[in-house]
Design a protein around this ligand. Structure first.
Ligand code: NAD
Ligand code: DAU
Length: 351
């Protein structure tokens, strides 16, 4: 039996991860610790709510005392940290909360995990791991050629990516200094069910469905490397179980697409399937994001060669699965975007 603390498990990737793990393992206990910010929604976990292997605790990763108690009470051996402020645009308008959750929070979590690990004798033991879910954005921006490898120097540009890079350095320091069994994963852009509709793909789907304009930043030729969320979850599970302590693993599936291509793909599908009024005239080029990274592209050779990971969902299939999910779950979108998010959206884009 493995006892795993998942932090940020009510968010997009964390909730997909919890559902993935409960589907794939019998002998497991998962504790989901989440502060339930605007991005955390227990709606995402409705299908596993009554599962005896799962429990939820509302808490902040900056609260070391509570985390210490949870680690002890639930005899946690693996910590997987998804908790973070994750939206680049918000980090540009309000950087402070990113430093608090993404840097101070990770430092607090590491400290609590270290105290328990030391009490239990330290060292490397099977199943004992601290995994920090990081991002390809810590590497900065690429030109038209080449890919990010695990040895690409860190060169973050936004307050979000700078906060994630800072956390990575702290996690690395716990390996270098204490030999704590840590891993860092750096994945490219995820998409799939339960992604909060402030991010490109769900935002464009929802705006199409309500015939709102589609705000494309700048020329829309920025490139992101898209990965279906379940492929990311499988990679995290592999790294947690079999990753070599102290190592970083890049995760990505060579699915690079310019933003306008993504937007047009969504328009064309919904035009056919939902409403012929959804068309390319909805695209509105708006002011570019400040400090906007031009291109991300992951080299996933290390995780492929060392852990045998490969993505299984092609972009062409994953994007259709995702659009269909949002079509079938319009009530989810309504629930999660009411309140605080609505105010934020109207301030930025108007009604
Ligand atoms: P998300 O914003 O959907 O979810 C974040 C979750 O963390 C929410 O449930 C929120 O309530 C919780 N949270 C925030 N601050 C907290 C705090 N101080 N204490 C406890 N809980 C807190 O984010 P996501 O897209 O699911 O991303 C999860 C992780 O994966 C993040 O660390 C992000 O940096 C990383 N990541 C995301 C992507 C992507 O494309 N979305 C790609 C690579 C890496
Ligand atoms: O690369 C991994 C990162 O991917 C994660 O670490 C972040 O948590 C996650 O939010 C995501 O960051 P991006 O900034 O790449 O994702 P976002 O969906 O915000 O934007 C994707 C691209 O689309 C980016 O180039 C900005 C552009 N964009 C975004 C929005 C919301 C638009 O053109 N218009 C929009 O309205």
């Amino acid at each position: 039996m493995k006892n795993i603390l998942v932090t940020g498990g009510a968010g997009f990737i964390g909730s997909n991860f919890i559902i993935y793990m409960l589907k794939n393992y019998e002998d497991i206990r998962l504790v989901n610790l989440d502060a339930l910010t605007y991005a955390g929604n227990l709606e995402n976990l409705k299908e596993i709510e009554g599962d005896g292997r799962y429990s939820f605790i509302q808490a902040d990763i900056c609260d070391g005392e509570t985390i210490g108690e949870i680690l002890k009470e639930h005899e946690i051996d693996t910590v997987i940290n998804f908790a973070a402020e994750s939206h680049v645009d918000r980090s540009i308008s309000d950087p402070e909360i990113f430093i608090k959750s993404n840097v101070l929070g990770v430092s607090t979590l590491l400290g609590a995990a270290k105290r328990l690990w030391e009490k239990e004798g330290g060292g490397f033991k099977e199943g004992v791991k601290f995994l920090q879910v990081s991002t390809d954005e810590v590497y900065g921006s690429l030109g038209p050629e080449g890919f990010f490898t695990e040895t690409t120097p860190l060169d973050p540009h936004s307050p979000y990516s700078a906060s994630k890079a800072s956390a990575d350095l702290l996690v690395k320091a716990y390996y270098d200094t204490f030999k704590m069994p840590v891993n860092i994963t750096r994945c490219s852009n995820n998409y799939g069910p339960f992604q909060f509709p402030e991010k490109l793909i769900p935002l464009m789907i929802n705006n199409c469905l309500s015939l709102k304009s589609l705000p494309v930043y700048g020329d829309g030729m920025q490139v992101r490397d898209w990965l279906y969320v379940e492929d990311h979850c499988r990679a995290i599970d592999l790294v947690a179980r079999r990753g070599v302590p102290g190592e970083v693993y890049n995760i990505g599936g060579h699915n690079e697409r310019p933003n306008v291509f993504i937007v047009e793909t969504i328009i064309d599908y919904l035009h056919e399937k939902v409403d012929s009024a959804i068309d390319r005239s909805l695209i509105k080029h708006v002011e570019d994001r400040k400090g906007h990274d031009r291109r991300y592209g992951i080299d996933p050779e290390k995780i492929k060669n060392e852990l045998g990971w490969e993505p299984t969902t092609a972009f062409e299939d994953g994007i259709v699965l995702t659009m269909d999910w949002y079509l079938q779950n319009r009530d989810w979108t309504e629930k999660v975007t009411s309140g605080e998010y609505q105010k934020y959206y109207e301030e930025h884009y108007g009604k």
